[in-house]
Design a protein around this ligand. Structure first.
Ligand SMILES: [Zn+2]
Ligand SMILES: [Zn+2]
Length: 120
């Protein structure tokens, strides 16, 4: 199943971040909240700020209240985590362990590094 590919998940997160920038709420959220990941509490500044993304608490990208109550700043990895948890709940019965090991995770991180580089 190609939908099980963790790289695809990261692609989605990055597309998500891009869309956030287009919609303008990323800037707003970054002004509103400290530049700290809401999960792992890592701080981001300068160039690395691009690794901090806006997550929608209710997973609805069209829900953007001006008070920022639906936004949460998460780093790419925690954001990915958050969405896989959400996806796992939805497609729990589809999960097949075995074909994918730690190798896949490592590859996904390598791809992410390449993607981040290509954005600069
Ligand atoms: Zn994080
Ligand atoms: Zn999100």
């Amino acid at each position: 199943m190609s939908t099980d590919n963790p790289t695809a998940k990261l692609d989605r997160i990055l597309a998500d971040a891009q869309r956030s920038r287009e919609a303008g709420y990323r800037d707003k959220a970054l002004k509103m909240y400290p530049h700290v990941c809401g999960r792992c509490a890592r701080e981001f500044s300068g160039k690395r700020l691009s690794e901090l993304t806006v997550h929608h608490r209710d997973h609805n990208h069209d829900n953007n209240p001006q008070d920022g109550s639906n936004w949460e700043l998460l780093c790419l990895f925690c954001h990915d985590n958050e969405h896989s948890r959400y996806t796992d709940q939805q497609y729990f019965s589809e999960t097949t362990a075995g074909s994918s090991g730690p190798k896949v995770t490592h590859k996904a991180f390598a791809d992410l590094a390449a993607l981040l580089k290509s954005k600069e």
